[in-house]
Design a binder for this molecule. Structure first.
Ligand code: HEC
Length: 368
């Protein structure tokens, strides 16, 4: 730089980076606003918020649109990083190292009055790197658990049913953690301590540089700047980069479309219909066989809860099925829908025909 006096402001973020940040603000706040009331749906304030925002069905849709936008932003961000690392040959400066741990200790020491000098921090200091990585792993957790909640039936065809409530707990827990850390850490660092406008103006003041990025400032004052490789090298790398980036983008966008269109089960609230008769099955086609039913019982999971002989002697539950007085329809319906602590059983797990055999056997046992 040719000027004699030190400039008042230094460039920090490009227009593209600021745009990404705006997308992050919008999606993050929107997801928190439409998501947290779902996590805490059994509480009054959450119900009020849900009603204010137009009801559960509409906030679910908004939540999914914002999630899709955030995932698209992640794909874009991945492309930008790949370009910088590969084509421009930049270093991965957001990955923390030993030096950042030392800076953090030094910084704590300084704040406690033990260290005399504030640490000379680089372009991205330890706190910023930590925050960036928290966004990366937080988003990863939210995308994986979000997929499970969005596509519960697909998920349980490959994984045990317990992963759905586990995914729910992780999704809500990580969301709460993210919101609290944004309020406590990010808000404090960039708004309370000093209102840092660089993410909106793209520029950072000299004073902020001295405190937060002294090392970068010294390098700038020595006239050092990250140099891009010569134009012909860039052109050569670009020729390799673009086909790769195009294929990756197509694959990832296809993955995103697959993610959001896979299954629509979790979109609508389906009322429980336990008492409705199971009209789809024509039971007259089967003649129940008590012996077959008895043999079948020994092979099924039912006995772990309903007891060895359907007498309900399991440790934690005591639901007697022997001599049941419910109708065949109600019986099949209960098995298919899974009342209370019982999970539903599909046709593949136990067929209608087998259920008729079971029912016939259970009825033959008489009352207990
Ligand atoms: C995880 C434990 C568990 C398993 C496994 C299980 N059940 Fe149940 N089942 C229950 C519980 C608990 C209830 C009572 C639910 C309630 O309180 O409404 C129940 C209720 C039922 C009912 C309704 C009874 C009534 O009188 O309304 C039927 C029918 C039934 N189970 C059949 C089966 C069959 C058949 C199987 C195996 C294919 C099975 N259950 C497997 C726990 C289980």
């Amino acid at each position: 730089m040719a000027t004699q006096t030190a400039p008042k402001e230094y460039p920090r973020f490009t227009a593209g980076q600021r745009f990404e940040h705006i997308i992050l603000i919008v999606t993050f706040s929107g997801l928190a606003l439409t998501g947290l009331p779902q996590t805490f749906a059994n509480q009054g304030w959450a119900q009020t918020l849900i009603d204010l925002m137009g009801g559960i069905e509409s906030i679910r849709i908004v939540h999914r649109i914002l999630a899709t936008l955030l995932m698209a932003e992640c794909i874009y961000h991945g492309g930008i990083i790949s370009y910088k690392l590969y084509v421009l040959g930049r270093r991965a400066i957001m990955i923390p190292g030993l030096r950042d741990a030392r800076d953090a200790v030094h910084w704590i020491g300084f704040n406690l009055g033990i260290a005399k000098q504030h640490p000379h921090l680089p372009r991205f200091n330890f706190g910023e790197k930590f925050e960036y990585l928290a966004v990366v792993w937080g988003t990863l957790i939210m995308v994986i658990t979000g997929f499970m909640l969005w596509n519960p039936i697909a998920t349980v065809t490959y994984l045990p049913g317990e992963v759905i409530p586990a995914a729910r707990a992780a999704h809500g827990g990580e969301a709460l953690l993210a919101v609290l850390s944004i309020i406590a850490w990010h808000m404090y660092n960039v708004h309370v301590k000093r209102f840092n406008r660089s993410m909106f103006t793209g520029k950072i003041t000299h004073e902020e540089m001295v405190e937060e990025h002294a090392e970068e400032l010294e390098a700038l004052e020595r006239g050092e700047k990250p140099v891009d490789p010569p134009a012909e090298i860039i052109a050569k790398r670009q020729r390799r980069f673009w086909p790769y980036a195009t294929v990756m983008t197509i694959v990832l966008v296809a993955g995103l479309i697959w993610f959001v269109t896979f299954e629509r089960t979790a979109i609508a609230t389906i009322p429980r219909q336990l008492s409705q008769p199971n009209t789809l099955v024509d039971f007259s086609a089967f003649t129940g066989d008590a012996e077959r039913g008895a043999a079948l019982w020994q092979t099924l999971e039912c006995k772990s809860c309903h007891g060895e002989n359907a007498q309900g002697q399991s440790e934690s539950m005591n639901v007697v099925l022997a001599g049941t007085e419910i109708s065949l329809n109600t019986f099949v319906d209960a098995v298919r829908r899974g009342p209370a602590d019982m999970h539903p059983f599909s046709q593949e797990q136990v067929s209608d025909e087998q259920l008729v055999d079971l029912y016939t056997w259970l009825r033959s046992l008489g009352g207990s």
